[in-house]
Each structure stands twice: as structure tokens, then as C-alpha cells.
Design a protein around this ligand. Structure first.
Ligand SMILES: [Zn+2]
Length: 508
């Protein structure tokens, strides 16, 4: 008879462990899995027993790319996402309502707008926001997190005027004749973070507690934060949040290349609760040319790699993806190291020659299947016809022997991994339109991207990603089996219970 803290039995267990793919019972003790077996082994174990009534147990979900503090602050902001507003007029009404609750001069934060889903089919401007609340500085952030709109008061507080030069990599959208900023700013988050007062510690804590509830209710037990302006300060912030019990999922924290070097922390520093992740680089083409330049990028990749770090390069556009693939190939050719696991985040457009390069350099693509669901309609309307078959590929990566992992990029889209699994399997947008259907994968392969492959993408496959003896006891009980229900039903599957570190952290 073995003593366990918790025994889950009568479960349909998808272990994601090739040695033993199916089981009915799992025993955990001290935060680890100590037993995986069948119902008739219940007699061999002592401890608290939970009858799972035939429901499906899988390893806890691991969101391989998200932005925790941005998500937390979005939960405290005016929600301008497509599910809440459908026009600039709606945005104005929501902001006006919020401003009425705040003293003049206090910041109004709004998030989640997407111009494609607005009736006006354009970004709001400073003047639109001035109409809503002229006496409150307003920051309205785009759904992507890569653009925002300030009203006139906010622009003046941020010191942005007709005379302001563009900060490196950023773009101040302007009236072509007068040079007057219209309020729309691209790739200026790092700059704005320095001039706009941050949320107070208490506000931030409140936001993270709300975010935590959301993650746990969706079965997410591990998070990989890909925010490029993370540094030692954010490391301390998260450490404190975790110590206070405000953030239950385990965390892998990426940092920008400069910050990671300056932090003095060695690669993968930390423990199972919180670890240092990859060196993050944002490679972007918003201003019409690549920033950083291909040469600078190669240097940054090589430098981080030589210091022992894995790199994670954000690349969306075809040119960016190509430059990212080349930079990784270059670094790996100069310093071959098996299992470097360099990552390309998003890899949105991947034509055949780049696919070949990625396979050759053994790059890990961290993709966002739920983008297909939430933005598919926009892609079909705006992406060039010849690029559509190469959009958010998954099946091709698997065929090339790569191990793609999945993340939400939350708050860009909602966190729910089951929506991501649904989209990877069906390639369907919310509207029902299909996108690059030949890239579809099986529900099992999709599940793997949110568990085993996500763990592999941050060097943690020894500790998590499957249900096997010795692994961390992070588990999620689902209302149905995603590999067995009709595909259309996958997105309706609910989380019944989330277990982190052997403890029930959330229950339906
Ligand atoms: Zn991101």
C-alpha cells in the first residue's frame, strides 16, 4: 500500500507518454506523480480519492507564448475587443463612461481594438478619442499590442508633437502636410512605458489575480511570458506575485537580449515555479524595413546563443520570417550545438523555401492556432492570395520533423487552449471559413502542442508535458475527450478541475 496525497481514478487519461498512452488512475504526492495505472490498482493506494466519472484527464496546458502583465492590465481596462465593440462610436461611448468614473487628469486605459472589425474600417484617431474624453489622457491599445492610439492630452503628456522624431523601430502616424501626429503610434510600447505612469502595485496585483483565475479556469498550469521588455524588474515583480500566491501557474519568463545579458542570471535560472526563459527579439517590418537589420539580428542571435541562451524571435511578415530563419541558421552553422531549440514566434507566413530552411536549422515554431479562429476572416480578406496556403502552417512543420508548440499570445486573443486545439484541427475561423486546410493536424497532435511540445520549447520536457511517474503533478480534467468528440465540439469542452503541483487549484 502506497500513501498518496491525491488519487484520481475512473478517468479517461491521455498521458501523452508514449510508454503508456492510456491509463485510468493517477496518484500524486509532494507535488509529483507517483503512480499511473488502472482502476484495479486503487486498492494499492491510500489517500484522498476522487472519482473522475469517466471524464478525460490530460497534462496541464502550457501556454508557450503569452503576455501576463498586459493581460492583467487589460482586465482592468476598458474592453474594446471585437466581442465588445463594433465601431469607433462604441469605443467612444465606452471610454466616455469610464472617464465619468475618474477624476479629470487620470489616465483612461482601453485595450483590444482591431480596426478590421470596426464598422469604420480604420484606426481611431486622437480626435475621435478627444470627443469621448478631452480632459482625461487616454491610451487605447491595439489588439496586437504593437500599436496604440493616444488622445491629444495623452500625446502632450507623452511629449509627442509634430517636432518629435520617430524613436528607433517606432512610427508616429502623421498628417502628411502638417506633420501633426494623428495619435496612432506603431511599435512604441517601450517608449510609452517610460512616459505613461504604470499601474500601481495594488492595481497590478488585482489584475494578476483576475488573470490567474482565468488561466486556471482554462486548465493552464504553465505560462511562457514572451514580453520583450521583460527584465530584472519584471523578474522581481513576478517573484513577489508568486510568493504571495497571486499566480499559481508555473512561469518561464523570457527577457529582451540586452536585459537578459544585464540581469547576470544564467540560462534557465530558477526553479519549477519560475524560470528564466529565452532571449526574446522582436523583428518587425512595420516601418517598411526590418528592425533590427538582418546584420544586427545575426549579431544579437549569435551573442545570446554564445552566452548559452535559447533565442525566441518574433517574426510575422514573410521578410521577417526569412531573416529570422537565416539568422538562426547562421548562428548554428558557426557554433553547432545539438538541441539549441531556437524559436521563431508566430512564423505567420512561411513559403516553401523558408520551410526547408527551418527544417534544416531545426527551429521550433511557436504558433498561435487560435489566431485562425479569431482573425481568420481578416486574413482571408487582407492577406495576398498566394500567401494564404503558407499562413500559420502546422501540418507542414510536423511533416518536416519539427516540433511546433502553441501559445495564445494573450491578450491578443483569449487564452482558451481548447479553441486553439479546435482551430488547429479544423482550420476554421469564427465565421466558419477555412484557412489553409491542408495544414490541419489531428486533435492528438494539437493537444501535444499545448503540453509536451510546449514543455520541450522551453527545455522542460523532463519535468512536465506528460502524465508519467516522477513528473510534476499538473493536471487538467476535461468534460470530454478532445481526441474522441466530433471536431466541432472540441471548442465547447469545459475544464472541470485544474491541479497544480498536486493541489486542486480550480474547480468548476
Ligand atoms: Zn507576443
Amino acid at each position: 500500500m502506497r500513501q498518496a496525497d491525491l488519487i484520481l481514478y475512473n478517468a479517461n487519461i491521455l498521458t501523452m507518454d508514449e510508454q503508456r498512452p492510456r491509463a485510468q488512475l493517477v496518484g500524486v504526492k509532494g507535488g509529483r506523480i507517483i503512480w499511473v495505472g488502472d482502476n484495479d490498482e486503487l486498492k494499492d493506494l491510500k489517500g484522498r480519492k476522487i472519482d473522475c466519472e469517466g471524464k478525460t484527464l490530460v497534462p496541464g496546458f502550457n501556454d508557450a507564448h503569452c503576455h501576463i502583465l498586459a493581460f492583467a492590465s487589460s482586465l482592468l481596462s476598458v474592453d474594446c475587443s471585437p466581442s465588445s465593440v463594433s465601431s469607433i462610436t462604441d469605443i467612444q461611448a465606452r471610454i466616455r463612461e469610464q472617464a465619468q468614473k475618474l477624476a479629470p487628469g487620470s489616465w483612461v486605459r482601453a485595450t483590444g481594438y482591431n480596426e478590421f472589425y470596426l464598422a469604420e474600417k480604420r484606426h481611431p484617431t486622437r480626435w475621435d478619442l478627444d470627443q469621448a474624453a478631452p480632459h482625461h489622457p487616454i491610451k487605447l491599445t491595439h489588439r496586437s499590442g504593437h500599436a496604440s492610439v493616444l488622445n491629444s492630452l495623452a500625446l502632450s503628456l507623452a511629449g509627442i508633437s509634430a517636432e518629435s522624431p520617430e524613436p528607433p523601430g517606432g512610427l508616429i502616424d502623421r498628417d502628411l502636410e502638417s506633420g501633426e501626429p494623428n495619435g496612432i503610434l506603431f511599435e512604441m510600447e517601450a517608449y510609452l512605458d517610460k512616459v505613461i505612469p504604470p499601474l500601481s502595485e495594488a492595481e497590478l496585483e488585482k489584475g494578476v489575480r483576475l488573470a490567474n483565475e482565468n488561466y486556471l479556469s482554462l486548465g493552464i498550469t504553465s505560462l511562457q511570458d514572451a514580453t520583450v521588455h521583460n527584465g530584472l524588474k519584471e523578474w522581481q515583480t513576478f517573484l513577489k506575485l508568486k510568493e504571495r500566491g497571486n499566480l499559481a501557474p508555473r512561469l518561464s519568463l523570457m527577457m529582451g537580449t540586452d536585459a537578459i545579458a544585464a540581469s547576470g542570471l544564467p540560462p534557465r535560472y530558477g526553479d519549477d515555479g519560475m524560470r528564466l526563459g529565452a532571449a526574446k527579439i522582436v523583428l518587425d517590418e512595420t516601418t517598411g524595413r526590418l528592425h533590427p537589420s538582418p546584420e544586427e539580428l545575426e549579431e544579437q542571435v549569435l551573442e545570446a546563443y554564445q552566452a548559452g541562451f535559447q533565442v525566441a524571435i518574433h517574426a510575422i511578415e514573410e521578410g521577417a520570417v526569412e531573416a529570422a530563419a537565416r539568422a538562426v541558421a547562421h548562428a548554428v552553422a558557426r557554433h553547432p550545438r545539438r538541441g539549441h531549440r531556437h524559436r521563431i514566434e508566430h512564423c505567420s507566413v512561411c513559403p516553401p523555401p523558408i520551410l526547408e530552411q527551418l527544417a534544416h536549422a531545426q527551429v521550433i515554431v511557436v504558433t498561435q492556432p487560435a489566431f485562425i479562429y479569431y482573425s481568420g476572416e481578416r486574413y482571408l480578406a487582407t492577406v495576398a492570395q498566394e500567401q494564404l496556403p503558407w499562413l500559420y502552417r502546422i501540418g507542414s512543420f510536423l511533416k518536416e520533423g519539427l516540433m511546433p508548440a502553441a501559445g495564445s499570445d494573450s491578450p491578443v486573443v483569449p487564452n482558451n487552449p481548447l479553441v486553439g486545439i479546435y482551430a488547429a484541427v479544423t482550420r476554421k475561423a469564427e465565421s466558419g471559413d477555412e484557412l489553409a486546410i491542408e495544414e490541419q493536424v489531428s486533435p492528438f497532435e494539437a493537444l501535444k502542442m499545448y503540453t509536451q511540445a510546449a514543455a520541450y520549447a522551453c527545455f522542460e520536457e523532463e519535468a512536465k508535458g506528460s502524465i508519467a511517474v516522477g513528473k510534476l503533478a499538473d493536471l487538467v480534467l476535461l468534460s470530454a475527450d478532445p481526441t474522441a468528440v466530433p471536431h466541432e465540439e472540441i471548442k465547447e469542452i469545459r475544464v472541470e478541475m485544474t491541479i497544480v503541483d498536486g493541489r486542486i487549484a480550480w474547480q468548476h
